[in-house]
Design a protein around this ligand. Structure first.
Ligand SMILES: NC(=O)c1ccc[n+]([C@@H]2O[C@H](COP(=O)([O-])OP(=O)(O)OC[C@H]3O[C@@H](n4cnc5c(N)ncnc54)[C@H](OP(=O)(O)O)[C@@H]3O)[C@@H](O)[C@H]2O)c1
Length: 328
């Protein structure tokens, strides 16, 4: 399958490298708004073609699939451009700014007979499956704390009076959209959609959440999700069961996980070493779904993405965080 890319940030290079490792996708073209950066990107990754016109790239019959890594607010319009030209789309997290965009885009994917996927890597790792399996050994889950608290170098620019996309409501940014989406997606993958949710943001001067605490309510337990782009955490995430706790290092990487007995306090490592280019796992999952036309797996991912976006949207509405792309 031949693919193209949108966006020239580091994550696009990481995706291209992972695509190469997967052995399933070959890079055909790159897009940038500027000729110079399109050329640089094409040279860096030996892409046969480069574009500065998105429509033109979307119409190319040499491309089967596009990977989109642009600012969140642009996802919807760009995704639609490719879907209506019958290209499969892998779009970066969070897939859209609101659920209206989500419904419209997935309907367009169905109408055009193509697939649309959200690139949220931490629900596709081998370690994610090991974690889900290990929940049984933890016994009845009673609480969890998931955190992604990472100081962003872009916050320095924000403090200097600028407004980087990720700290902007215009571009559907904020801590919950950018980082909270990882722990939230993992929670939805492991436990399903929460019964209810409440977000307590730390708002910055322009009304964006620089940090926040999201409480997810389930039938027998709550999950506290902490996210921040304006401070840094040095503690792991944890799931607390009646028999044992699970300690997770790196909620977006799931690099190291231990089961710790609640009584003996004995810790057993159960995670495995994963590929450094860990986007390879989502790529393999997406390609498998397309090759096998596995509608069930596709619907499962789609529902999870929808449940995550529903919480993201509700969290914003609870706090009057309005995005430019919001229709209501
Ligand atoms: N999966 C992950 O681990 C991961 C990691 C980082 C980011 N992401 C996601 O990837 C996406 C991009 O994030 P990022 O931090 O790379 O964003 P970014 O730096 O703000 O922008 C990414 C690219 O979009 C284009 N762009 C920037 N501003 C634009 C504008 N005003 N109008 C049109 N195009 C614009 C630029 O490409 P050109 O100038 O070349 O056109 C830029 O390279 C987001 O959805 C983010 O959540 C995912």
């Amino acid at each position: 399958m031949k693919f193209a890319t949108v966006g020239t940030g580091w994550i696009t290079s990481a995706f291209i490298d992972a695509a190469k490792l997967s052995g399933k996708l070959s890079l055909q073209a790159v897009y940038s708004r500027r000729k110079e950066s399109a050329e640089q990107m094409a040279a860096k990754h030996q892409a046969p073609e480069q574009f500065t016109d998105l429509e033109q790239m979307a119409k190319s019959d040499k491309i089967d699939l596009v990977y989109i890594a642009s600012p969140n607010a642009l996802h919807f319009k760009q995704v639609l451009t490719f879907l209506i030209n019958k290209k499969h789309v892998i779009c970066e997290k969070p897939i859209f700014s609101n659920t209206e965009e989500f419904k419209e885009a997935f309907a367009a994917a169905d109408e055009n007979g193509v697939y649309l996927f959200e690139a949220i890597r931490n629900i596709h790792y081998p370690n994610t499956l090991l974690l889900k399996d290990k929940l049984k050994a933890a016994g009845q889950i009673r609480s969890a704390i998931f955190q992604y608290v990472q100081y962003s170098s872009r916050y320095d620019a924000f403090l200097d009076g600028k407004e980087p996309n990720v700290f902007s409501r215009k571009f559907s940014g904020g801590a919950l959209m950018d980082l909270g989406v990882y722990p939230l997606s993992l929670a939805v993958f492991l436990f399903g959609a929460p019964k209810d949710s409440h977000y307590f943001p730390v708002l910055l001067r322009n009304g964006i959440d620089g940090a926040g605490t999201l409480v997810l309510e389930y039938a027998d337990f709550n999950i506290t999700v902490m996210c921040s782009k304006i401070s840094h955490s040095f503690i792991p995430s944890e799931i607390h069961g009646e028999k044992a706790s699970i300690v997770i290092e790196g909620i977006s990487e799931l690099s190291k996980m231990q089961l710790v007995d609640a009584h003996t306090k004995e810790a057993v490592l159960f995670s495995e070493n994963q590929e450094e280019q860990n986007m390879v796992y989502e790529i393999r999952d997406f390609v498998k779904i397309m090759e096998e036309k596995d509608r069930e797996a596709y619907q499962r991912l789609r529902q999870e993405s929808f449940d995550v976006l529903t919480v993201l949207e509700k969290s914003r509405k609870q706090n009057g965080i309005h995005f430019r792309t919001d229709r209501s």
